[in-house]
Design a protein around this ligand. Structure first.
Ligand code: AQP
Length: 326
């Protein structure tokens, strides 16, 4: 039997190259080897305010993004989290096994509650427990994520072990899967912070929907480090980030890219990088624009059926172990 991967993205706005390189690119690479489940995590998205019409549209667009990125809809399962109610049910049960200090230390909660001071809701605090439920419901072996989600996968591992210890063997203990170069793509305007959908400036990220002109402008205006040489080094965080993006999109090694720009300047490097991104996103956008809503809705309906049947079976076992009447 193939091992299983599970991962998800929130339909909370335009996806950027960080989401693609940190998560989706790895899903595409792993999907042949693993039984793959890719979720659109809308229950997570509402932990910050969402406009209902936009949320619905973003959900469909995210499904299209998965497909246009190369997720094989014949073999992988794509579904919407809120359409499989077992996620919320297991989340509740896992809440009762989670200690407050375990959630209190989560970096994402700290960052997001700073950003959304007017709406620090219990869901935002509880987000990692729901994410643990997402993963554990499907006996997931491997969770491909960016570095920002590692702490959450660690909690899923802890809760799996804790439940198994308390109620007998029930859940598979998952492992995170990370690719070093893509695990933390940084903002183009600030290489000290991760590239983020909710960044205040558009110059922070390259959205997968950006036009060639926008891409060229954003790359041209990306901050660089002091000095002139193209070096892949820790003391050059801005250029290191740009080399990582280049390497991942061009399937090259960062060290080879560094080598090929020896003696050349930032302008030439940035011009070439912009064209690599324009090419990549041009192909992506052509595929994206070819997908129609009806086909996506059919794929999501099939995915809902598969997700539901796996999750329902798991929850029967969980309810029995916890002591609920069946
Ligand atoms: N900058 C990044 N570099 C590498 N991976 C990243 N991911 C996000 N940003 C980067 C990975 O993308 C997946 C989906 O993330 P999400 O939808 O849960 O969103 P997020 O992690 O909260 O980050 P975003 O997309 O920038 O949204 P906001 O601005 O709302 O925080 C995850 O696997 C994540 O690791």
């Amino acid at each position: 039997m193939k091992k299983r991967i599970f991962s998800g993205i929130q339909p909370s706005g335009n996806l950027h190259l960080g989401n693609y390189l940190g998560a989706v690119k790895n899903w595409v690479a792993l999907q042949k080897e693993y039984d793959s489940i890719f979720c659109i995590v809308d229950l997570h998205a509402i932990t910050v305010p969402q406009n209902p019409e936009e949320l619905r549209r973003n959900t469909l667009e995210l499904a299209k993004t998965y497909i246009a990125s190369g997720i094989d809809t014949q073999s992988a399962t794509i579904f919407v989290q809120s359409q499989v109610s077992e996620h919320a049910e297991l989340g509740w049960i896992l809440n009762t096994l989670t200690k407050m200090p375990e959630l209190d230390k989560m970096t994402q909660f700290k960052d997001k509650s700073q950003e959304h001071r007017e709406n620090i809701n219990a869901g935002l605090f509880d987000y990692p427990v729901l994410m643990a439920a997402d993963i554990l419901l499907y006996d997931t072996n491997v969770v491909p994520v960016g570095e920002d989600q590692l702490q959450h996968v660690e909690l899923a591992r802890t809760l799996a072990r804790r439940f198994n210890h308390q109620f007998r063997e029930t859940f598979t203990v998952p492992e995170a899967f990370i690719v070093k170069e893509g695990m933390r793509i940084m903002g183009l305007d600030d290489p000290a912070k991760k590239m983020s959908k909710s960044a205040s400036s558009e110059l922070n990220y390259i959205a997968l929907t950006d036009s060639p002109e926008k891409i060229r402008e954003k790359v041209r205006r990306a901050v660089t480090d002091s000095g002139k040489s193209i070096r892949y080094a820790d003391d050059k965080p801005a250029i290191r980030n740009l080399i990582n993006i280049y390497a991942l999109l061009d399937n090259a090694k960062p060290e080879d890219i560094e080598q090929s720009y020896k003696g050349k300047g930032y302008a030439e490097f940035k011009n070439d990088l912009a064209e690599v991104i324009v090419d990549f996103l041009g192909n992506f956008q052509a595929k994206y624009n070819d997908i129609n809503d009806k086909d996506v809705l059919d794929i999501l309906e099939t995915g809902r059926g598969k997700g539901k049947s796996l999750a329902a079976k798991k929850m029967e076992d969980v309810r029995e172990k916890v002591g609920f009447l069946q």
